[in-house]
Design a binder for this molecule. Structure first.
Ligand SMILES: Nc1ncnc2c1ncn2[C@@H]1O[C@H](COP(=O)(O)OP(=O)(O)OP(=O)(O)O)[C@@H](O)[C@H]1O
Ligand SMILES: CC(C)(CO)[C@@H](O)C(=O)[O-]
Ligand code: BAL
Length: 280
């Protein structure tokens, strides 16, 4: 595995592969790798000749009171894990390599960003779209792999790719969970042991809502309100949102063939999100 930190080093690798007609799979991450990330790398490994993984904690997608500084950083372990999964290039740019000179131009994403995390974290998805576009242009992948845990992110990135005619296939991969159902997330490291125990209630509430929908519940507003109240009572965290929306359009009106039940819980030092997507 090549460990590269500059655009020039990455480009040198990329040009070699281009010359040889190799296909490229790309897995963007913010590091502190876990089985969720590794599942994406494994998928990329089986579907492409070459695999690029990036680790970059992107300041542009964090709000001023968010956890940019406290975000887990475990680069030595990440290098070993990425190498073990057969990554060809691990791209770990310093902030100045991605954002050399302020002020920064940004991509503005307005589709599907007025709900869920987009509503709670203003500007977050502009930051995500900006860095993902830059990373796509640097890595020029045939396929890029994202986790369904961040379902709104997948929808935003797919819309951007579609609207800007970017020549990349965006592939969404299922959420990998701990044995007790908690979605794996780098931020789980920032939970206290009590918070870790009660974090499982996030997924169990999504499951209850799923069961209710599957058994024919049609009063979505009432179901959301009930689930939100119950989640509030079951956790020491603060319920940021629990919403049931059409997927992938993320509208209240259930116009797509799928529905997303999504929730976010804010704990003392970690904000966790999770969702279940079901066919209707
Ligand atoms: N449990 C998971 N299963 C599948 N994919 C995941 C999982 N967790 C993260 N991913 C995906 O890995 C990619 C990189 O995510 P990121 O580095 O932010 O990790 P994270 O664990 O989601 O961290 P965070 O604590 O920020 O939520 C994203 O596409 C994300 O959706
Ligand atoms: C896609 C991403 C790497 C962009 O910074 C990030 O939002 C993430 O890790 O999900
Ligand atoms: N995986 C989501 C990135 C973020 O929360 O900033």
């Amino acid at each position: 595995m090549k460990y590269v930190t500059t655009k020039a080093e990455l480009e040198a690798e990329r040009l070699n592969w281009e010359k040889d007609g190799k296909t490229v799979g790309f897995v963007p991450t913010m590091g502190a790798l876990h089985e969720g990330h590794l599942s994406l790398i494994r998928k990329a490994r089986t579907e492409n000749d070459m695999v690029i993984v990036s680790i970059f904690v992107n300041p542009l997608q964090f709000g001023p009171d968010e956890d940019y500084d406290a975000y887990p950083r475990t680069i030595d372990m990440d290098k070993a894990l990425a190498e073990k999964e057969g990554t060809d290039v691990l791209f770990v740019p310093p902030v100045a390599e991605m954002y050399p000179q302020p002020p920064y131009n940004k991509v503005s994403v307005i589709k599907g960003t007025d709900v869920l995390c987009g509503k709670s974290r203003p500007g977050h998805f502009d930051g995500v779209a900006t860095v993902v576009l830059k990373l796509f242009l640097l890595t020029r992948p045939n396929r890029a792999y994202f986790g369904q845990k961040d379902a709104q992110q997948v929808a935003v990135v797919k819309n951007m790719v579609n609207d800007f005619h970017l020549p990349v296939e965006v592939i969404a991969s299922p959420t990998i969970r701990e044995k007790d159902g908690l979605a794996m997330s780098s931020r789980n490291k920032n939970l206290t042991s009590e918070e870790r125990e009660d974090a499982t209630t996030l997924f169990s509430h999504l499951k209850i809502a799923e069961d209710r929908l599957r058994s024919g519940e049609t009063n979505i507003t009432e179901l959301e309100a009930e689930m939100k109240r119950s989640l509030h009572n079951a956790t020491s965290g603060t319920v940021d949102y629990l919403e049931i929306l059409s997927f992938p359009s993320l509208t209240k009106e259930l116009k797509d063939k799928q529905v997303i039940i999504a929730a976010a819980l804010q704990f003392s030092k970690a904000r966790l999100i999770d969702n279940i997507i079901i066919d209707i």
